[in-house]
Design a protein around this ligand. Structure first.
Ligand code: GAL
Length: 684
């Protein structure tokens, strides 16, 4: 498999480092000096600088101060530490907000924010765009050729939307561009409902709690517009960087489960994907195993955004956060395990927020590599430096990737539409959770999975799983059918193929354009109360165990057969005996339709059977014990296998072939023991 080069040959090892905010410590040269000494002890080779430094870089309008940054960057470089240099648009100086109030954000209820916080700016404001471009140009001119600078970190966690008049005007232009005429817009939005027909472009306003909330096409388009506007803002930011330092790759840090942006679209504009991961380990509401599945899913998604190119774990906490409901410390072993989990799924870095704990401000209790005590004699520091040492030993993994035969479709526009939909239940529609429940079975079997949106190419997979694909684009339907026709297998569920991309219901029977693929049609969807349940019973002609029953809750789709074979039926209620699980032969492939939301065991049994039927390749051939996964990165010579135990117990993994322990070179036969939270890296 291909090896990637994220940094244009400038760096060829795994990165280990942190967000570094020396601008908070300029009055303490002793601390800045100590930082360098400690960074070396922590085995760090990179620091992300300047993320929120605008007020230090430009304390007055047009007055720039770079000398402090020169010193910091030079010093880092002389000590073998690279720099990921940020543009500072994530937060603004007070003079900017005071002189140009248009830069501050307006909320959906049309209230205007005051100066304060961060990420509090309008993405349209010409003034903000101009000011950030000026400072970005200065940064590029000064540091674009500095040998320490290996990457641009543009802004920080772009997110949120702004409803000011400037944004409204651009929204209207965006709509005119998309629809051409009001007639077309009104038809696409079904706006004659409740007399919402628009007669003038100027009358269109973004959704508001005191205004429009019921035109779903409008709501969807507002989300699309806000996402596009953020990407436009980003493109404005990077113009001078590209012009002056075309060799330096660009990233911007994405967020966990973030719903506000279409990351698949954004990904096309960045060179390297990076993201910030803060799982709540050891919580009382989720097991570490499920938490690990959730993190794995996100890592896989961020890797899939650029079709397998390694990403960067830009932020993670070395110990705890300050914003989760309870700031529980990572238990011994978890730091290494969760960090190497990122590497296992395709990250080429482990980076933290932050290097040194702030003395004041809202994040002064957030975990960091260096605590307020200011030295290396802490448990966290030791964990970090040990991990850094380990990363140096496994550096040949850099640039390798993951090959997946399975893809789970988790589509952002679909997510928007599902959230927006009124019915069939207001709560527990749980799109992401449903995708995770399918994904988990592959994680548990040590099978690599890509997480893609509905626009990605399906042809490279053997199995595509598209749960609850409520918003279905015509083109997706055509490509899915082609995929199956050519021999692929697709699995989908209830609430698929309900609306088109404008959120208009398909006429002529659900699942709309996929009706012939599954050879069923969905007549009614029964939404159940929390205490309700039904059962599905496996029929005798399927690969599952005949007569086996599984509980069905929340959603039961009442489907009619149009040629599909029935693998399970409902057991009770007025639809007892009607199909609950079907399969249809379509061309050379098969299309499975799971009509109800079933208990976990169902998906486990279903996918165990499908995996063996499709002969999907597993990282470790034998069955993995509960809570243990095996993930793999490869290049053309080697497979690097990460065995990870997220359970609280010691686990034994049986091997069917000899493998080599990567760091020690020891050969392992027969089996391998993993202690609680242990990770082992093997080479094949
Ligand atoms: C991130 C953010 C960092 C820091 C961190 C704390 O979302 O980018 O600046 O605030 O959270 O966990």
């Amino acid at each position: 498999m291909q090896k990637y080069d994220l940094f244009n040959g400038k760096v060829n090892n795994l990165l280990h480092g942190a967000d570094y905010n020396p601008d908070q410590w300029l009055h303490r040269p002793d601390i800045l000096e100590k930082d360098i000494e400690l960074m070396k002890k922590a085995n760090c080779n990179v620091m992300s600088l300047g993320i929120f430094s605008w007020s230090t870089l430009e304390p007055e309008e047009g007055q720039f101060q770079f000398e402090w940054l020169d010193q910091i960057i030079n010093n880092l470089y002389q000590n073998g530490i690279n720099v990921i240099l940020a543009t500072p648009s994530g937060a603004r100086p007070d003079w900017l907000a005071a002189k140009y109030p248009e830069v501050l954000r307006v909320n959906a209820d049309r209230s205007k924010n005051l100066f304060g916080e961060r990420h509090n700016h309008c993405y349209t404001s010409p003034v903000y765009r101009e000011k950030i471009k000026i400072i970005n140009r200065k940064l590029a001119e000064r540091y674009g050729n500095h040998p320490a600078v290996i990457m641009w970190h543009v802004s920080n966690e772009y997110g949120g939307d702004c409803h000011c008049e400037l944004c409204q005007q651009d929204f209207r232009k965006w709509l005119q561009n998309k629809y051409g005429s009001l007639e077309n817009l009104n038809r696409s939005w079904w706006s004659s409902f409740w007399s919402h027909t628009y007669t003038d472009w100027q009358n269109i306003e973004s959704p508001a709690p005191q205004g429009m909330q019921s035109v779903h096409g409008l709501a969807l388009d507002w989300k699309r517009f806000s996402s596009d506007q953020t990407i436009e803002f980003y493109k404005n930011e990077i113009e001078p960087l590209r012009e002056i330092s075309p060799e330096i790759p660009i990233t911007t840090n994405f967020m966990y489960k973030y719903i506000g942006l279409n990351y698949w679209k954004f990904a096309q504009e960045v060179d390297v994907i990076s993201w910030d991961s803060y799982p709540s380990w050891h919580s009382d509401y989720e097991t570490d195993i499920n938490r690990a599945v959730d993190s794995a899913f996100m890592h896989d998604m961020f890797r899939s955004l650029k079709d397998g190119k390694p990403f960067l774990l830009m932020e993670s906490t070395p110990s705890k956060t300050n914003w989760q409901s309870v700031a529980k410390l990572k238990r011994p072993g978890m730091h290494k395990l969760s960090s190497l989990q990122a590497i296992a799924h395709g990250s080429d870095s482990v980076q933290y927020f932050q290097w040194r704990k702030s003395r004041g401000g809202v994040e002064k209790f957030h975990g960091s590599v260096v605590d307020h005590v200011g030295n290396e004699n802490t448990r966290v520091f030791k964990d970090v430096s040990e991990l850094g040492a380990e990363l140096q030993k496994i550096t040949s993994i850099t640039g390798t990737s993951v090959k997946a035969e399975v893809a789970v479709v988790f589509d952002q526009e679909n997510r928007w539409a599902i959230n927006e939909a009124s019915g069939p239940r207001q709560e527990k529609k749980d799109y992401l959770k449903t995708c995770l429940s399918h994904y988990k079975n592959f994680w548990q079997q040590g099978i690599s999975v890509d997480i893609i949106n509905q626009e990605k190419d399906f042809s490279k997979y053997k199995l595509v799983i598209a749960p609850m694909l409520y918003l279905l684009k015509e083109d997706t339907a055509a490509r899915l059918k082609k995929f199956v026709k050519n021999g692929g297998t697709v699995v989908s569920t209830y609430w698929t193929g309900i609306v088109n991309e404008n959120d208009l219901c398909f006429l002529g029977g659900f699942p709309g354009p996929l009706r012939d693929l599954f050879a069923i049609w969905s007549e009614e969807l029964d939404a159940l109360y929390d205490q309700d349940s039904n059962q599905i019973v496996i029929k005798d002609n399927s690969e599952l165990k005949t007569g086996q029953e599984y509980e069905a809750k929340t959603f039961c789709d009442l489907i009619q057969l149009e040629g599909a074979e029935v693998l399970a039926e409902y057991k009770s209620d007025f639809y007892a005996g009607r199909p609950a699980l079907t399969v249809n032969d379509y061309g050379k492939g098969k299309a499975y339709y799971i009509a109800s939301r079933n208990e976990e065991q169902f998906l486990k049994d279903f996918y165990y059977s499908l995996v063996s039927k499709l002969n999907l390749s597993k990282t470790i051939v034998s069955q993995l014990p509960e809570g243990v996964t095996a993930q793999k990165r490869s290049d053309k010579n080697y497979d690097y296998i990460f065995l990870m135990n997220f359970s609280q117990d010691e686990k034994k993994v049986d091997l069917t072939e000899e493998l080599m322990e990567f760091v020690s070179g020891n050969v392992i036969k027969d089996s391998i023991i993993l202690e609680k939270y242990e990770v082992k890296i093997l080479k094949k």
